[in-house]
Design a protein around this ligand. Structure first.
Ligand code: GDP
Ligand code: IMO
Ligand code: MG
Length: 423
């Protein structure tokens, strides 16, 4: 069966885009299935660095049809800024298809995101302020505006005007700044006209592709522990990045999927608030941030660093039915004298065998570590397992044994070809 899912196994920014770029060689379609421009997916090709928010990471290959499927929330100004930037750099986006069922993000969603965050005071989620949560809330409330509506420009303009007027009333009542309704309508009618040629029936497109023997790659944004149902709620995003979300977000049924690749760093990072058992608040953490360049692609925020956590990864295997793991950024640990792998949790003196189901408990667990000697050699130019220092191999073997699924790829640098096929 020809459908592969790539899903973050931690809290995002695991290097999904680099692995998707690698897998794109053997796939005809690359499909974003959830999230929106809260994602920042980086592919480095030689001196060129592509930071993608909405356009699928397979765009860099001419043979790939990039698809934004029904589960995504689409911010049109960002989409077209991204398309323009890519096309200026010689990458055609003409083949892009956007689902008629994808919901659109409007300026009021961003206003609400900011107001809700302000209202939380010290309990902020630390969202990207892109309007993602409010757009998904409108989808659930059944008042969202979908991409297919731009195909009838007059009706689209009337709907946007009416919604902008209503949102303005509630926004102002909640202490927000009013929107300029005429300006919003004018801008979005123009953006809608530009969107129209890209809009399509992606459900049937993808089924026909699968039927014709094409290989389809479903690109997760965010990650397992930011999942609305399975993440560290409420410190999560408002969609389902987990593999089940790939079915709902594309209309491809679960029996079509045969390969589910979880992506993890050789350590852990998290942006925004929420519990983080292996977090490092010391000099080792600063080194991970500095060497791993752990600053958000989208918001520029410093990512919180910590050791790799196999309890989390075992849970990610369960939730997503992972068939394999890709372990990225092993090279970031090159200079460490010793490296740690979390293999269990203890809380109130009791060893937990499962990932805790409540954030309150997760906030109190003490990680149990296995400490290994570092390799203290640069891995960047390593291309074969046999060239990896024994200490680096021991680290990967320990993670693989603890998590219980094969590791197939190990990342040793940011560039496209900086990886080793592990198994
Ligand atoms: P994504 O959101 O999961 O696609 O990940 P991001 O692109 O937000 O963040 C991952 C960062 O790590 C990017 O800057 C990548 O270029 C970089 N990266 C990916 N894999 C590796 C690797 O194996 N080693 C190093 N040093 N950097 C990597
Ligand atoms: P990629 O796809 C890391 C985090 C935010 C915040 C929480 C909710 O690049 O891995 P939202 O704006 O989605 O309502 O914010 O989720 N977050 C991410 N963290 N990588 C991402 O995407 C993220 N997208 C959202 O920091 O904690
Ligand atoms: Mg990212």
């Amino acid at each position: 069966m020809p459908v592969t899912v790539v899903v973050g196994a931690q809290w995002g920014d695991e290097g999904k885009a680099k692995v998707i770029d690698l897998l794109s060689k053997e796939h005809g379609y690359v499909v974003r299935y959830q999230g929106g421009h809260n994602a920042g997916h980086t592919v480095v090709v030689g001196d060129e660095r592509y930071a993608l928010q909405l356009v699928p990471s397979g765009i860099l290959y001419d043979h790939v049809v990039p698809v934004i499927a029904n589960g995504v929330v689409v911010d049109l100004p960002t989409l077209f800024r991204e398309i323009d930037t890519l096309e200026r750099r010689g990458i055609s986006c003409e083949r892009l298809v956007v689902s008629s069922h994808a919901h659109l993000i409007f300026p009021w969603h961003q206003s609400w995101d900011a107001l809700y965050e302000q209202g939380r005071g010290d309990a902020k989620i630390g969202t990207t302020l892109k309007g993602i949560g409010p757009a998904y809330a409108d989808k659930a409330r059944r008042v969202g505006i979908r991409a297919g509506e731009v195909l009838d420009p007059a009706a689209f303009a009337a709907t946007v005007r009416e919604r902008a007027r209503l949102e303005n009333e509630t926004l102002v009542a909640a202490g927000g700044d009013p929107l300029d309704v005429d300006d919003v309508v004018a801008r979005f009618v123009e953006l809608g006209t530009r969107l129209a040629p890209y809009v399509g029936d992606t459900v049937n497109l993808l089924h026909d592709a699968v039927h014709a023997g094409q290989h389809v790659l479903l690109e997760g944004a965010q990650a397992t522990f930011l999942d609305l149902d399975h993440g560290t709620y409420p410190y999560v995003t408002s969609s389902n990045p987990t593999a089940g979300g790939a079915c709902a977000g594309t209309g491809l049924g679960p029996r079509l999927i045969d390969r589910i690749v979880g992506i993890t760093k050789a350590y852990t990072t998290r942006v925004g608030a929420g519990p983080f058992p292996t977090e490092l608040l010391d000099a080792d953490g600063d080194r991970l941030v500095e060497i791993g360049r752990e600053f958000g692609t989208v918001t520029g925020r410093r990512r919180r660093p910590g050791w790799v956590d196999c309890v989390m990864l075992r849970h990610a295997v369960r939730i997503n039915s992972l068939t394999e793991l890709a372990l990225t950024k092993l090279d970031v640990l090159d200079d460490f004298e010793t490296v740690k792998v979390c293999v269990g949790y203890r809380v109130d003196g009791v060893r937990l065998t499962h990932y805790p189901d409540r954030v309150e408990l997760l906030g109190r667990v003490e990680p149990e570590y296995v400490e290994l000697p570092g390799w203290q050699r640069p891995l960047r130019n390593v291309r074969e397992v046999s060239e990896l220092p024994a200490a680096a191999r021991a680290f990967v073997q320990l993670v693989e044994a603890e998590v219980g699924v094969p590791i197939t790829v190990v990342g040793v640098g940011a560039e496209r070809d900086d990886y080793v096929h592990w198994s």
